[in-house]
Ligand binder design. Structure first.
Ligand SMILES: *[C@@H]1O[C@H](CO)[C@@H](O)[C@H](O)[C@H]1NC(C)=O
Ligand SMILES: *[C@@H]1O[C@H](CO)[C@@H](O)[C@H](O)[C@H]1NC(C)=O
Length: 494
């Protein structure tokens, strides 16, 4: 009943049929192999090749993306005025325990240099914080170039490594200096010398006012922070090496201070986009960390007030809307990202060249820094300072310190996200009111036109804030040392 086709075609038909089948098998094989390769790549190298719909948006010029804002002929100026007198060694000592993470300690130490000068005291090399969240046991000399610190401040303040033996056992007064102290306050404090030879300062952060201090004191703060307090040679050397490696990738890179770390999220109560289990984990951490005073936080309110760090996903949308191409090298200056790969993939899907220090340094190079959060933070500081563009996702101590230092070095480009405005935009994206593309670019770029780190004088407290609360609301001295340490015309030598 069933017969094969006549033999006339039987010789050609099966052979072309086989070719087609072979072809299909081959295609299938290539497809599967590719798929397998992709999965291996993404799991091995921490990045994913998810393609996003090609967005029809005009290219932003290289210049606009990378170049420093117009510097207006400004330059740094830190030399003392002609009235400044060399320091005369006095037999009074200030010992201090610096508190906080690396950048809080650095600015605090620079302030203590200025306080020692104002109080005519000899500064004993500060003790670093070993009890903060980061639990780092590093000594001053592990992080900073101690001898250089002492030597470079010779004209300003006497700094010694230890209390001399003859004063070690004399009674000392333990003092909590007021926050945002003025020159008048510290002159008043010199009365303590009538009774004591040694003042122990319990903490160093925010002990000195941002404004209304003598020019020479402000410049001393700049000299202390930007010159004297340089990192130890081993940190400097590795930091520079890593900067070179980043540059060798494609010449330019963004340093992203992705403050999407567990402590930050727990502290700020920002749980947007996280699972219930993750939110609960963060809440418990906050509850159990005794020095975090605010326990009940409404995450929604924090976020719409612009108080939350951007999420990895938001950063991806943000960078793309600013016009950075997918190939941009983005260095993540941060510790461990909360939720690891899971949350990061929402950034790496848009920017596959997201790099961590583990990807640009060898294990050997990083070994001595493990368990020393302040030393790894120092590497991030160097890489962020030297980056073409610095973008902090949250306004913390590191963000402020790096921004200020970049201003000081010639207004290097720092893009500060306007988080409140961005959240409104992200929410519109989420609800479909706007789409990614041209209009999003316009919105985001417009919002950040004047947030690129260009020159401007330090801001005072917003109107309406009264009393001592004004001090806290002022822009920090180290976030923008203009006008005291950034000047318009060529310096006249002193
Ligand atoms: C500090 O010492 C100098 C000279 O030794 C003196 O003129 C000045 O009044 C002293 N300042 C204070 C605040 O004691
Ligand atoms: C948090 O704040 C939002 C906005 O103000 C509000 O709608 C929400 O009910 C609050 N949530 C809680 C748990 O209080």
């Amino acid at each position: 009943m069933f017969r094969l086709k006549p033999s006339s075609s039987s010789s050609s038909y099966p052979s072309s049929f086989i070719i087609v089948r072979l072809f299909v098998v081959l295609i299938l094989f290539i497809f599967i192999f590719n798929f397998y390769l992709n999965i291996r790549l993404s799991s091995q190298q921490d990045y994913f090749h998810v393609s996003h719909p090609h967005l029809q948006v005009p290219q932003v010029s290289e210049q606009k993306l990378w170049e420093a804002p117009f510097g207006d002929g400004l330059h740094s100026c830190i030399n003392p005025t002609s009235k400044y007198q060399a320091f005369e060694g006095v037999d009074h000592y200030i010992t201090v325990r610096s508190n906080g993470g690396l950048n809080q300690m650095r600015t605090g130490i620079a302030d203590m240099v200025a306080v020692s000068r104002m109080m005519n005291a000899t500064l004993v090399i500060p003790e670093l914080d070993k009890r903060s969240f980061w639990q780092d046991k590093s000594l001053f000399s592990d992080i900073f170039d101690e001898n250089y610190f002492i030597d470079s401040l010779k004209r300003d303040v006497r700094v010694v490594k230890k209390l001399p033996p003859e004063v070690v056992s004399v009674p000392r007064v333990r003092k909590h200096f007021t926050s945002w102290g003025s020159l008048g306050y510290y002159e008043e404090m010199t009365k303590l010398w009538d009774e004591y030879k040694v003042i122990h300062v319990a903490k160093s952060d925010s002990r000195l006012a941002n404004n209304d201090l003598p020019l020479d004191i402000q410049r001393l703060r700049c000299r202390a922070l930007y010159q004297s307090l340089r990192f130890s040679p081993s940190i400097e050397t590795l930091g520079k090496k890593l900067v070179e490696r980043l540059r060798s990738r494609s010449g330019r890179y963004i340093s992203l201070h992705l403050r999407y770390e567990k402590d930050m999220l727990a502290f700020s109560g920002c749980t947007y986009g996280l699972s219930d289990a993750e939110s609960e984990e963060l809440r418990l951490l906050r509850e159990h960390t005794s020095h975090w005073k605010i326990k009940n936080i409404n995450s929604t309110e924090q976020r719409i007030s612009g108080l939350c760090p951007l999420t990895p996903k938001e950063v991806g949308i943000f960078l793309q809307a600013l016009g950075y191409p997918q190939s941009t090298v983005v260095y993540v200056a941060a510790g461990e990202i909360y939720g690891g790969k899971l949350h990061l993939s929402e950034l790496t899907s848009r920017f596959p060249n997201v790099l961590f220090k583990e990807m640009i340094a060898t294990e050997e190079e990083l070994r001595m820094y493990s368990n020393h959060a302040s030393q790894t933070a120092a590497l991030d500081y160097i890489i962020s300072l030297e980056s073409d563009v610095f973008i902090p996702t949250h306004s913390g101590n590191m963000a402020r310190a790096v921004e200020g230092h970049r201003r000081f070095l010639g207004h290097r480009k720092t893009i500060t996200p306007e988080r409140k405005g961005l959240v409104e935009i992200f929410d519109k994206l989420e609800s479909g009111q706007i789409e990614e593309g041209l209009s999003l670019q316009h919105l985001v770029q417009h919002l950040h036109q004047k947030r690129q780190g260009g020159p401007r004088k330090r801001e005072g407290a917003p109107d309406g804030i009264k009393g001592r609360a004004r001090f806290r609301a002022e822009e920090s001295f180290y976030q923008n040392p203009y006008p005291e340490c950034i000047c318009p015309s060529k310096p006249t030598h002193t």
